[in-house]
Structures are given as structure tokens and as C-alpha cells.
Design a protein around this ligand. Structure first.
Ligand code: FES
Length: 399
């Protein structure tokens, strides 16, 4: 177990799950509303905590009632809140997040009028008691001094810096960190067309830093000191449930593996896997225990009475999902006639008036309600039902 201090932002998030992101001037009803403790370093520390580390946050807090909620939420996540600078002026930072229920993408509106951590406050922390320092790339004016004293006084403890957005003079900080993690948002904003171009340019500015760039579904690129650029493809995930906090989860996985003595490449592979686990579930709770059987396989809003949806569930083959009288019917995608998928020859035709679906191989017709073959070569036999459960958000899981 390592002791990790992260310096950055802690926020109260209000998350609206929506059918699609609203357009300007549009009014829309959300599918659900949840509150959670957010902010990049808070999220990263929460995941690091689950990976077995002792975590502390250095951030600022207001004195309003929401700040109590924020701090007790972080403490509930096992994060030490000793190093929080309190301000009478300003209010607890808030983010309003719209989460697209169909593809998990998130859009964030953030409000902040709270001062950032001062250099003087940070300088009083006994940073030598920590095994790793992680900085969020904000508060640039004060961060330069914080990174300078960290680099001066720490000779063994690594320093990481997250560069998520372009900020004036942030590039001056890069050589002060052992590890810099860029987001594709930063790369695009700086008009780099891809991660390779970004890392080549940044390695000129920080030749003695390890560099990583995450690029969503395209994967991760990395450049260890004195090594060439390497690419790790993203792990395909379908469906994507929630991308909020995926980058923060990646950062936690990366720090964890590097603390364990792994190479940058190995650490990125682990972090990539952890981020893929995260996007298969809402929130960051119990992030290490996302097993295949616990992933949502579909959402009820994407299903139809007029179409059979075939979902690949890995080693157990594929299953057919279809709406029937507003509930979901699930069957093994295996025709009892010749034990082949019903869509072996063509798609599975559905007759919503007769409430039947048809095997594409020899035209056996099955009742959607109970899977019985009512016409065709396997007359009287049944499709095998699959046990599923649906949560309040409409996400469907294997039971
Ligand atoms: S394999 Fe389905 S009807 Fe023959």
C-alpha cells in the first residue's frame, strides 16, 4: 500500500441521464437524476483507494452546507481530508452533467467561484511522507511553485501531472513531472491531429518525462523516456454505460501499476482495462468487481417489439432480446432444429401482429411470449429462455 497525495478539484456532481444531449433552447425531461462526489483528483483517489492505497486530497472547500456533504462524501470513500483549505468567500463547486443513456457520453457544465489551493497552504504539507504526488493541471499560477518544491524536495517519489485542458502556460509545468497524462481534449484544442503528433511535440518540451495520451475509443499512446511511441488499442465495450470518470479511473490504474514497479507500457495496459471496466457501469463504486456477468447487456429503451436484438455475451454465445407487452423476453440465440443461431442465414424476422419470430435457416416460427415453435421443422420445441433482470434505469443484466 502506498500513500498518495493528489492536488486538484473536488466537486458536487448532479447527473441527469437523458435520451440524448439537449440542443440549444430545447427543453427535455431527464430519465433519472443522481448526485455524486466528483472532480478529477477526487475520482482518481477513490479508485486508488479501492486498489488498496492510502489516499489524501489537497483541495479547497467553502463553508456552505454543500461543503459538509462534499467532505463527508470523500471521507466515506476513504479519502483523507486533512489537507483541505477552507474559504469563507465562494461556494462549493458544482457540475451539471448530462449523461447520454444510449452511448454513455457526458457533457459537463461546471460552476466555480471558489479560490484554488494557495502555494502557502501546499507548502505546509509534509509531502515527503507520501509515496506519490498527483497534480491536476489547473491553478497554473500556484502549481508551478508547488511542482518546483516537490521536485526539489522529493528525490524518490514520482510526480504525475494530468493535462486535460489547455491553460495558459501549462506547458511550462511539463518538465517538472515524471509522468504527464494528456487527454485528447487537450490535443484537439491545441490542434494536434493525433496522439503521435502530440507526444512528439511534447517530448521536445519534456524529454525527461514519461508521456501518455488517452484518446477515448481509439486507445492510448505512450512514450516512455528515451523510447519510441507505443499504441495500446481501446478494449471494445458494448454497450457503453457511463464515461464520466473514465479518464480519472485510467489515471488511478496507471499510478497503481507504476507504484508496483511495472513498465509504462504494462501500466497503460492495466489502466486501459480498468477504464474499460468503468465505462460498463454507472459511477465508481466497486470498480474492481465489474465482471462480465455484471455488465449491462442492453437498455430496454433500445429494444423494440418489431425487431429482435441479438447481443453477443462472450463465451456463452449470443442471446435474443425482444419487447413483448412492455417486458423483455430473452432467449438463447440457438434454434432447437439444428442448434444454430436463428440469424445464421439472414436476420431474424419478427411479426409483431402474430407475435412471432422466425429462424432464418428453415423458417421455424416461434412465439415471442414463450419461445414455443408453432410452425416449422421443430414444431412443439422451445427456444431456451435466459434469466435477466432490468434495473430502474432500464439497463438489462444477465440474472
Ligand atoms: S435451423 Fe432453425 S429452422 Fe432449421
Amino acid at each position: 500500500m502506498a500513500k498518495i497525495l493528489a492536488i486538484g478539484n473536488a466537486v458536487l456532481d448532479t447527473i441527469f441521464s437523458v435520451e440524448q444531449h439537449p440542443k440549444e433552447d430545447q427543453e427535455m425531461r431527464a430519465l433519472s437524476k443522481t448526485h455524486q462526489i466528483g472532480g478529477n483528483v477526487n475520482n482518481t483517489l477513490y479508485v486508488l483507494n479501492q486498489l488498496g492505497h492510502a489516499t489524501s486530497i489537497c483541495t479547497t472547500a467553502a463553508t456552505d452546507s454543500e461543503s459538509k456533504q462534499l467532505i463527508s462524501g470523500m471521507q466515506d470513500h476513504g479519502i483523507d481530508c486533512t489537507h483541505i483549505q477552507k474559504f469563507i468567500q465562494g461556494s462549493t463547486p458544482n457540475s451539471i452533467v448530462t449523461l447520454n443513456a444510449h452511448n454513455g457520453s457526458r457533457t459537463i457544465v461546471h460552476y466555480r467561484d471558489l479560490p484554488e489551493v494557495s502555494f502557502e497552504f501546499f507548502a505546509k504539507i509534509e509531502i515527503e511522507n507520501f509515496d506519490w504526488l498527483h497534480f491536476e493541471g489547473r491553478n497554473i499560477e500556484n502549481l508551478q511553485g508547488m511542482l518546483n518544491i516537490s521536485k526539489t524536495f522529493l528525490d524518490k517519489q514520482p510526480i504525475s501531472l494530468e493535462v486535460e485542458k489547455p491553460r495558459e502556460n501549462i506547458e511550462a509545468l511539463l518538465p517538472l513531472a515524471n509522468l504527464v497524462i494528456f487527454s485528447h481534449h487537450y490535443a484537439i484544442a491545441k490542434q494536434f491531429t493525433d496522439a503521435v503528433q502530440l507526444l512528439e511535440a511534447m517530448s521536445q518540451l519534456a524529454p525527461n518525462s514519461n508521456l501518455v495520451c488517452t484518446w477515448g475509443a481509439k486507445g492510448v499512446w505512450l512514450k516512455a523516456i528515451n523510447n519510441s511511441i507505443e499504441h495500446i488499442p481501446a478494449i471494445p465495450v458494448n454497450p457503453v454505460i457511463d464515461t464520466l470518470g473514465a479518464g480519472d479511473t485510467f489515471n488511478a490504474g496507471l499510478i497503481h501499476q507504476l507504484l508496483n514497479g511495472n513498465s509504462l507500457s504494462e501500466a497503460c495496459k492495466f489502466a486501459n482495462q480498468l477504464a474499460a471496466q468503468k465505462i460498463q457501469k454507472r459511477g465508481l463504486d466497486d470498480i474492481l468487481n465489474v465482471k462480465a456477468e455484471n455488465r449491462a447487456i442492453a437498455n430496454i429503451k433500445k429494444l423494440s417489439k418489431a425487431k429482435a436484438t441479438v447481443i453477443d455475451v462472450g463465451s456463452t454465445g449470443s442471446i435474443i432480446l425482444i419487447l413483448h407487452e412492455n417486458t423483455v423476453r430473452a432467449y438463447e440465440n440457438n434454434c432447437p432444429h439444428q442448434n444454430v443461431p436463428l440469424n445464421e442465414a439472414y436476420k431474424i424476422d419478427v411479426n409483431p401482429f402474430e407475435n412471432t419470430l422466425k429462424c432464418s435457416v428453415h423458417d421455424a416460427f416461434f412465439n415471442i411470449a414463450d419461445g414455443e415453435c408453432i410452425d416449422g421443422p421443430c414444431w412443439g420445441e422451445h427456444l431456451t429462455p435466459i434469466a435477466i433482470r432490468t434495473d430502474e434505469q432500464g439497463d438489462i443484466y444477465l440474472a
